[in-house]
Write a protein that binds this ligand. Structure first.
Ligand code: NAD
Ligand code: IPM
Ligand code: MN
Length: 356
């Protein structure tokens, strides 16, 4: 067996490069036994030689790496977004990383736009189906460019895909605790089965079946629109949420706001037993790129999540703790109330981690 865990690093575009640079410094400061290999996939490479991801890249990643750390992909010079589709969605789909795990954790009351909320009040997880739904790119246009144009985008939900993400969520609930150590014990499915009767009717039937196998976990349901209201009005009531690909995308930006914004939100794309991919929830934020103002904490917390996944719980906890201290002491970028730049905030964490 390889003595060190092997990590592929894909900084990507815009602020992705800046935040991943800081995340890498922090991983190194943690002394985690890892070997990092950088890949230049992103807009610049695509504009230079037309390559989004080289042929066989996904087979190579699955074979040669234990995990992948991605920054963000997206650049106004590539309006078709083809490279993001092929790199990011390529990893999710072609490596079959069916569970997109997005923890929602408030580190300090000052970061939350809601009134009278303490950190422990916002501590839930969204598990987003990551390989199906409207993201499958099935559809087409009929009579394009004419007044009679028709655009169809299919929503694909398979029995196998729905079952495995729901089962993953119950297993996740069983194995994880809240920040304060209390057990997680509720799974809530969010859908629109009142309207999408075929697609989400399938989710309903599978949820009933699978939840029956976990009698110790309370199974709950909400329509996704009602869940959005609930997330803002009473985030304390939420524990583990499972939902489809697109709803998961949308509600995790809303959930990011509860944690202090997109700069604080982390995620992992997982298929148990396979090479997993980790990325902050935010994008490449072109307007703030290159200005040393992007918040690196989402990427740094994402690295901690990756190390934890690789069995390095101690290093992950050190990083999580350093971010918590930084937030409490306002050693942060401006978006979360501090006055540091991307580099300075990252260095503060790296120093705290190497001391800790
Ligand atoms: P975005 O996440 O890049 O930005 C949304 C808003 O949040 C902007 O106001 C931005 O300044 C702010 N923001 C984001 N990350 C921040 C950080 N770390 N620190 C401080 N502020 C931050 O979303 P967008 O503007 O909709 O998309 C920009 C590009 O990124 C698009 O090309 C999009 O497709 C792509 N994108 C990529 C990913 C990914 O690679 N995982 C995710 C989302 C969007
Ligand atoms: C995310 C992003 C991606 C998504 C885009 C960039 C394809 O918004 O990871 O949340 O829609 O999944
Ligand atoms: Mn998104």
């Amino acid at each position: 067996m390889h003595p060190k865990k092997r990590i592929a690093v894909v900084p990507g575009d815009g602020i992705g490069q800046e935040v991943v640079f800081q995340a890498v410094e922090v991983i190194e400061a943690s002394a985690a036994p890892v070997e990092l290999t950088h890949f230049d996939w992103g807009a610049e490479r695509y504009l230079t030689d037309g390559v989004t991801v080289p042929p066989d890249a996904f087979t190579m990643l699955a074979r040669d790496f234990d995990a992948i750390l991605v920054g963000a992909i997206g650049d106004p010079r590539v309006p078709s977004n083809i490279h993001a589709k092929e790199i990011l969605l390529g990893m999710r789909f072609k490596m079959d990383l069916y569970a997109n795990v997005r923890p929602v954790r408030l580190l300090d009351a000052a970061l939350c736009p809601l009134k009278n909320v303490e950190p422990g009040d916002v501590d839930f997880v969204v598990i987003r189906e990551n390989t199906e739904g409207v993201y499958v790119d099935v559809g087409g246009c009929f009579k394009p460019g004419t007044p009679d144009e028709v655009a169809v985008q299919e929503d694909v939900n398979t029995r196998k895909g729905v079952e495995r993400i729901i089962r993953y969520t119950f297993e996740y609930c069983e194995r994880h605790t809240k920040q304060d150590g209390a057990p997680r014990h509720r799974v809530l499915m969010a859908d629109k089965s009142n309207v999408l009767t075929y697609a989400h009717g399938l989710w309903q039937r599978v949820f009933k079946e699978v939840s029956g196998e976990y009698p110790q976990i309370k199974a709950e349901h909400m329509y996704v629109d009602a869940l959005c209201l609930q997330m803002v009005r009473d985030p304390r009531s939420l524990d583990v949420i499972v939902t489809n690909n697109m709803f998961g995308d949308i509600i995790t930006d809303l959930a990011a706001a509860l944690q202090g914004g997109l700069g604080m939100a982390s995620s992992g794309n997982i298929h148990p037993g396979k090479t997993a991919m980790f990325e902050p929830v935010h994008g490449s934020a072109p307007p703030i790129a290159g200005k040393n103002i992007a918040n690196p904490f989402g990427a740094i917390l994402t690295s901690a999540m990756m190390l934890d996944h690789l069995g390095m719980a101690k290093e992950a906890a050190k990083i999580d703790d350093a971010v918590l201290q930084a937030v409490r002491q306002k050693k942060t970028t401006q978006d979360v109330g501090g006055s540091l730049g991307t580099r300075e905030a990252g260095e503060w964490i790296a120093n705290a981690v190497s001391r800790g």
